[in-house]
Design a protein. Structure first.
Length: 680
């Protein structure tokens, strides 16, 4: 969950029901990211916390003792018991009529908290880290006999031992922010109690393990709307909601919590690695993403395609270039599930081409084919389609689900730009609107254009013309915060791509840009829609997203014979991905350096960069998974355990050592991020 706010202020998040105003259900919060965002989204989905009307969590705000009592009571699943503790005064400064009384009283009755010994509780005092950890340990069933007699030292030590305080970095007497409290409670939910079961199990009557959360607002097969859709045990299932899970958790694998009625009460993601990518090439051996990384897949691999479980051997040929897939890894680091996501189209996107085919017939068309794309016609038909005949040149307007909304005669061709997915005599292009078109080309399209933005046209049925996009630059800067380019507004569904030199483009969003302004010199292309709004941008090396990061390995590539023999220097990046590409380069770099490579479809390095090293880093320098030493951590950060020689996860690295070196691409002020972390 990248968030440009990280470039200005690294924060964590937590909001309390008593102080917060409920925001729309399922909404991701605007001021959290990384580990803190996951914690907040999970707690929100469990009904433990809620956000503010401005869409944020106000993560840096302090937290009171009374507020933390409420969180603790809800986290143990005793929210339905507070009414029994209402309307009585146990502490003179917690009146029976106040909102806090039921929660403070119940927490006291359950021996989670104590007063100051003078009849006062101090409900509005800031809760200290030591106090919060003590409450959490008591939630987990620990007593003084288990922890030790010295408070708060023994409790802080126990919290550290259990991993509850990782990334928080506060002393016992310091107050917790809402974000830090969210991390603490989230880790507590996943921790085992002294009875040997996870705390979150107390929030559920039943659980569904190893579930992939597919959708948080799905329509079930029986027509039931707004359900939670999961994949587990080889099948897709739907559950009505008891609470509102965060849409930000969709695409993760974990545990679905069910209440006594069998309704979805919450979802807890597991710690396993997950990667979402766009398919650039596919064959029986596996897939290749847009950055050239290859993922080898076994014949028996489970694949979720069109809501059905299949095996890779049985369905790989149904996966299209341009499809978005999510790869799930086992604890051992092997791929154990592939989810092929449904393709989405941009509402209002258009295609101009020849009306090539229809099924089942022109009287009741279910699908039509234009430029090789099979487009679904809704049951109630599409405006203007009945006036078109096979062989006509038409312009098709699509709705947000990718179905045909309207058809009109092609008096002028719609602008069609997209990413070339394959070249040759039968090129395929994924248009910016989300539809892949194809056809026979009059001349072979160069493979060196694969991954680049191209213009598309058609002169006859079954024919497609493809040409490279002309990059003309921009005359004004991009105002990221206000969504404008000079005096022109950005379209609501603006498409933004980035490239380095002639590298393939990578699609990004405004949230990926961690600076307020992008200079005109860094904007290579500007496209506008019929309304004059900017709907397409191509940036030049602004975010660092186009690189593969890791350890640079220098090699040689020789060929030829006799006097025509040659030797080229090559570079490959070693990281946690499989099958990274080797590129020819004339760029000087040190073998074994930590850096990044942006490659081209021609097999050459467009740019090789060496990252800046920062040493002497400890766990206390991390703000969860959001930042370290004030520098944002990339969502795709590569983590290397130097002691074992293996690539790992950040959480595993933190558990292994307290000594780190971090490597970043540029300063935070210029949008830099930590790309590689070494656990020493």
């Amino acid at each position: 969950m990248k968030n440009r706010i990280l470039a200005m202020l690294m924060a964590a998040a937590l909001c309390l029901g008593a102080a917060a105003v409920t925001v729309p259900a399922g909404q991701a919060f605007s001021d959290v990211s990384g580990d803190v965002a996951e914690a907040v989204e999970v707690l929100s989905g469990l009904g433990i916390v809620s956000g503010y009307s401005d869409g944020g969590y106000h993560p840096g705000d302090s937290l009171t003792r009374a507020q933390f009592c409420k969180l603790a009571v809800l986290a143990e699943g005793h929210g339905d018991q507070v009414k029994n503790s209402a309307y009585k005064t146990l502490f003179s400064d917690v009146p029976a009529t106040g909102w806090a009384a039921p929660y403070v009283n119940l927490a006291y009755e359950e021996s989670m908290v104590a007063g100051y010994g003078n009849g006062l509780f101090g409900p509005d005092d800031a809760v200290s880290c030591g106090q919060a950890v003590t409450i959490v340990l008591r939630l987990l069933g620990y007593t003084t006999a288990d922890v030790g007699p010295f408070w708060p030292e023994d409790y802080m030590a126990k919290g550290t031992e259990l991993g509850l305080l990782s990334g928080i970095g506060k002393s016992a007497g310091e107050g917790l922010t809402r974000g830090e409290a969210a991390l603490l409670l989230y880790r507590a939910l996943k921790a085992d109690t002294t009875q040997g079961r996870a705390l979150y199990e107390g929030l559920a009557a039943a659980t569904v393990e190893n579930a992939v959360l597919l959708d948080t607002s799905a329509t079930a097969g029986d027509g039931t709307a707004d359900t939670v859709k999961i994949y587990a045990d080889g099948a897709v299932s739907y559950y009505v909601k008891a609470n509102e899970p965060s849409a930000a958790l969709a695409g993760t694998r974990g545990t679905l919590l069910l209440n006594r009625s069998g309704a979805a009460a919450g979802f807890l993601p597991e710690d396993g690695a997950v990667r979402t990518l766009t398919v650039a090439a596919v064959d029986a051996a596996g897939i290749q993403d847009a950055n050239g990384n290859t993922f080898s897949l076994t014949n028996g691999l489970a694949v979720l395609l069109d809501d059905e479980k299949q095996t890779w051997a049985d369905c790989w040929y149904d996966i299209r270039k341009g499809d978005t897939v999510t790869v799930f890894y086992s604890a051992a680091g092997t791929v154990d599930l592939l989810w092929v996501r449904a393709r989405a189209a941009v509402a209002g996107s258009t295609i101009t081409g020849y009306y090539e085919d229809v099924s089942p017939n022109t009287t009741a068309p279910g699908t039509i084919t234009v430029l090789g794309a099979v487009l679904t016609v809704p049951e109630d038909g599409a405006e203007g389609l009945s006036d078109a005949a096979l062989g006509d040149k038409i312009t098709v307007t699509l709705d947000g689900s990718g179905e045909v909304a309207a058809v009109s005669p092609a008096s002028s061709a719609a602008r069609m730009v997209g990413v070339l997915k394959s070249g040759g005599a039968s090129p395929q292009v994924e248009l910016t609107g989300g539809v892949t078109v194809s056809g026979k080309s009059t001349g072979a399209v160069s493979a060196e254009l694969v991954g680049s933005l191209v213009k598309v046209g058609s002169s006859a049925a079954g024919k497609i013309s493809v040409s490279g996009l002309s990059y003309s630059g921009a005359s004004a800067a991009l105002d990221v915060k206000n969504g404008t380019l000079g005096d022109r507004a950005l379209a609501e569904q603006v498409k933004i791509y980035e490239r380095v030199g002639t590298s393939p483009v990578t699609e990004i969003t405004l949230d990926d840009i961690l600076v307020d302004t992008v200079a005109a010199a860094s904007i290579e292309y500007v496209g506008t829609g019929a309304d004059g709004a900017v709907d397409l941008l191509v940036l030049s090396d602004v975010t660092g997203t186009c690189y593969d990061y890791g350890i640079l390995e220098k090699g040689e590539q020789s060929g030829g014979s006799g006097e025509m023999k040659y030797t080229n220097i090559t570079v490959q990046v070693e990281n946690g991905s499989q099958g990274n590409t080797t590129y020819i380069t004339g760029i000087s770099f040190r073998d074994g350096a930590v850096g990044g490579v942006a490659g081209t479809a021609a097999g050459k390095a467009a740019k090789v960069m060496t990252l800046t090293e920062l040493v002497g880093i400890t766990r206390a320098d991390f703000d969860g998974g959001d930042s370290v030493a004030g520098i944002p951590i990339s969502g795709d950060v590569q983590v290397y355990n130097a002691a074992t020689g293996k690539w790992t996860t950040l959480s595993a690295a933190k558990a292994f050592t307290d000594d780190f070196a971090v490597y970043y691409d540029r300063t935070p002020e210029t949008g830099g991020q930590v790309r590689v972390i070494f656990a020493l």
